[in-house]
Design a protein around this ligand. Structure first.
Ligand SMILES: [Zn+2]
Ligand SMILES: [Zn+2]
Length: 269
């Protein structure tokens, strides 16, 4: 699970962001220069070298600014974006840039990856509670499908030559363990802000732990709170840098962890 891709990371500029470089002073003055030249040439610009040069210059300056802007946006996202964006997304706030995003998909996007992205980011929030529940279930199923790819061998073989056998890529029917994990996973993504699960989302994401520990259900949300404070919050206080592995989000500040625990997983601390 820790190897999930982060589908929320900005991979491309939205059309608005791409347009915004036109407001850059350098671009503006180049465009003005080109306009003046165009008037001087009486609009017979097609073969004029200086005009062509200006065109090239404007295009490459735009490219440069866009590349810099994307890096800036990605850095900002890495610094502070993940918690906010996944929280907003899970809270079902309408993502109005969805239709304008230019490059979430590339030619080698796997179908499961595409499904993951579509259900996790691009799906609009449901109009009713039932529709919203369906949207979340779709997202979780997409994650489960994607995880199977990550864990299995994509190149069709059951085993890698010489290596240990890998888990089957797609299973005919889910094993009881998978079912239990999935049920636990569903339970830690709250559908209502007042919902209080009894499974620890941090332990659930710990792939190295035995299944029984991961899906352990505390007898009350209060007991989970005690465990959460003692086991997970304390580590951050002591300088550890944990992450929510099921959401794939680093939570290196106490407030981040607490905020994420409460808003996404209904865990009070
Ligand atoms: Zn725990
Ligand atoms: Zn989480």
């Amino acid at each position: 699970m820790s190897r999930w891709i982060d589908p929320n990371r900005p991979w491309g500029l939205t059309s608005e962001q791409a347009e915004s470089v036109n407001n850059d002073p350098t671009i503006r003055s180049l465009v003005q220069e080109r306009e003046r030249l165009k008037q001087r040439l009486n609009r017979r610009t097609s073969n004029h070298t200086k005009y062509q040069d200006l065109n090239k210059k404007i295009a490459s300056e735009r490219e440069r600014l866009r590349a810099a802007l994307l890096i800036e946006i990605q850095e900002l996202y890495e610094r502070e974006g993940p918690v906010r964006s996944i929280e907003r997304q899970l809270a079902g706030v309408k993502i109005d840039t969805a239709s304008k995003v230019v490059s979430y998909f590339s030619n080698d996007t796997l179908p499961e990856q595409r499904r993951l992205i579509e259900t996790m980011i691009l799906a609009p929030p449901g109009a009713t509670l039932e529709a919203e529940r369906q949207r979340r279930n779709d997202a979780i199923n997409a994650v489960t499908a994607y995880c199977k790819i990550e864990e299995g061998d994509m190149r069709g073989g059951r085993k890698r030559s010489g290596g240990r056998p890998k888990r089957a890529v797609i299973k005919e029917s889910p094993s009881p363990e998978d079912e239990a994990l999935k049920a636990a996973m569903l339970s830690v993504y709250i559908k209502d802000p007042k919902e209080r699960p009894t499974v620890c989302f941090m332990c659930l994401g710990n792939e190295g732990a035995p299944l029984a520990v991961r899906i352990y259900s505390f007898s009350s949300p209060g007991d989970l709170t005690k465990h959460f404070k003692k086991k997970h919050l304390k580590k951050v206080e002591e300088g550890g840098a944990p992450e929510c592995k099921i959401c794939s989000i680093p939570l290196d500040h106490k407030m981040h962890l607490q905020n994420h625990a409460l808003r996404i997983h209904g865990t009070i601390s």
